[in-house]
Design a protein around this ligand. Structure first.
Ligand SMILES: Cc1cc2nc3c(=O)[nH]c(=O)nc-3n(C[C@H](O)[C@H](O)[C@H](O)COP(=O)(O)OP(=O)(O)OC[C@H]3O[C@@H](n4cnc5c(N)ncnc54)[C@H](O)[C@@H]3O)c2cc1C
Length: 478
């Protein structure tokens, strides 16, 4: 085998061990590496991650002295994710929540002048919003062509003037639209009517009280991870894959699993040799990537009410906003402002100080006695070159089979990541299952191509010698 000759390793029996490179150390890449490591045949697995940390769009920050998730923080209660860890989930919604991750009674809303919106209006408009969304299903059935959710809402309102809201109720309606946009990380004029509600996992959602970090740590146990390894090129040969890293190293393996974010693929930050086929390039371009950012604020005391969300209503969904009250779920005096869609893109253009001052000005309208934050954290998912977006969404007019195309392997190159999952795109559990699936497909491919490893292993293995560092995969330093 070329790989072993290159290393100057002469023992032929070592050729029985298949080598796989996993690119990207988010939950999908870790799930793939874990699955291959735990597989019944012994594979050499090495994971290359561009950042100096694992987790990707899962990032639990501890600088406040407690866990704060700056990426994913909710988990669908029915999501199959390492239940053996016994992690605490703070439930924020049941099955019937209009906005999926929070029940109506858990909000307190304010207008732009800091006046509290009566709770009856919040609940009433929430019910109207539910009815409007239900009516959009009829619009969908009537129209062959796809359209945006916003257009469908406007058709529903034209047909049912009684559902139109005015004054403060209109602003509350905009706030619900703002929350929907946060769910998709994209504005409603961009979200596909055909697809928007097709992949929602029922059963309610909850916040990970200890953060998502323990799951990342558990998955990463004993995996050979190379941090600060930014992959720049992937070359496919007929029986191997060569992966070049920005730091000058190259790795060779029998197969590779690519789990970098869709935003990174869209931006062509990795060169593929031979070039990706047109149908794959089209799939990469057709799926949308949204943006969401968090501004976490640590205070010296709690000056806000004991509800899960504090919202600001306004004349447009763009101008609405909300804070997640982490104190309710975790006991720590922390609020997390969440901006999504175009507003998240725009906010990311400013400095962190500006962004914090902006959200503090909103908070001070609601609570004139608000103190300045003791510490703050600001995420930049849209401009961070390791993510270039927050998660995928279905844009208007997207063909039904693009996710399949994105997932489709190219010989010995497999694709994982939240955007290629069979269902539940944009979620942690979707990303996790895509990694497991990519690993299983990769395993089948290797078994088929290289013969039955299990048999070979029985002949060639005598102890752990062949499981030593994955170092043999590294082939050159330029
Ligand atoms: C703000 C925000 C809030 C979210 N909220 C939720 C939520 O509440 N619930 C939920 O279920 N989901 C949520 N999500 C989505 C969820 O976080 C993602 O779907 C999931 O974590 C994606 O995992 P992944 O492994 O596919 O990608 P990633 O986690 O992005 O992993 C890809 C990895 O590839 C690395 N990489 C990039 N380029 C290279 C390169 N050239 N070479 C090597 N490595 C590279 C990256 O650094 C990264 O570590 C949220 C996401 C964000 C950003």
């Amino acid at each position: 085998m070329d790989l072993l000759r290159f290393q100057g390793i002469e023992r032929q029996e070592e050729a029985a061990v298949p080598c796989v490179i996993v690119i990207g150390g988010g939950i999908s890449g870790l799930a793939a590496a874990r699955t291959l490591t735990d597989a019944s045949f012994k594979a050499m697995v090495i994971l290359l991650e561009s950042r100096e940390r694992l987790g990707g769009r899962i990032h639990t920050d501890f600088s406040f002295g407690c866990p704060v998730d700056m990426g994913a923080s909710w988990k669908a209660t029915r999501a199959p994710l390492i239940s053996s860890l016994g992690l605490k989930l703070y439930r924020t919604s049941g099955d019937n929540s209009v906005l999926y991750d929070h029940d109506l009674e858990s909000y307190t809303l304010f207008d732009m002048d800091g006046r509290k919106v009566p709770q009856e209006i919040v609940v009433e408009v929430g019910d109207v919003f539910k009815r409007i969304l239900k009516e959009t299903e009829k619009v969908r059935d009537e129209h062959k062509e796809d359209m945006s959710v916003l257009k469908a809402i406007s058709i529903v309102l034209d047909r049912n003037p009684d559902l139109r809201q005015e004054g403060l109720a209109y602003e509350v309606m905009q706030w619900y639209i703002c929350r929907m946009e946060a769910w998709f990380a994209a504005d409603t004029d961009m979200i596909s009517l055909k697809c928007w509600d097709q992949a929602i996992l029922l059963g309610g959602h909850g916040l990970m009280v200890q953060g998502y970090d323990p799951i990342i740590k558990e998955l990463a146990k004993d995996i050979d991870v190379r941090l600060n390894h930014r992959v720049s090129k992937i070359s496919r040969g007929c029986d191997n894959v060569v992966v070049n890293v920005e730091n000058g190293l190259s790795f060779i393996a029998d197969a590779a699993i690519v789990t970098v974010p869709l935003g990174v693929l869209k931006a062509n930050l990795i060169q593929f040799e031979p070039k990706l086929p047109e149908w794959k390039v089209a799939a990469i371009s057709d799926i949308g990537v949204g943006n969401e950012n968090k501004i976490a604020l640590l205070f010296d005391r709690v000056f806000w009410p004991n509800v899960e969300l504090l919202g600001i209503v306004a004349r447009t969904s763009y101008s609405c906003g909300y804070f997640l009250n982490l104190h309710k779920a975790t006991g720590h005096p922390i609020l997390v402002y969440m901006a999504a869609g175009r507003f998240a893109d725009d906010l990311e253009k400013f400095s962190d100080e500006y962004a914090v001052n902006f959200v503090m000005s909103q908070l001070k309208k609601m609570f004139p006695d608000a103190t300045e934050p003791v510490q703050y954290l600001v995420s930049h998912w849209g401009t961070d070159r390791n993510s270039l977006g927050c998660y995928s969404y279905d844009p208007v007019g997207m063909a039904g089979d693009v996710y399949d195309k994105l997932r489709e392997p190219l010989d010995n190159l497999f694709f994982g990541g939240e955007a290629v999952t069979e269902e539940h795109q944009g979620s942690v559990h979707g990303a996790y299952s895509s990694g497991v699936l990519a690993a299983r497909n990769c395993e089948s491919h290797l078994l088929e191509r290289l013969g039955d490893f299990r048999k070979l292993q029985l002949i060639s293995f005598s102890g752990d010698a062949l499981l030593e560092p994955i170092f043999p995969l590294q082939i050159s330093r330029m």
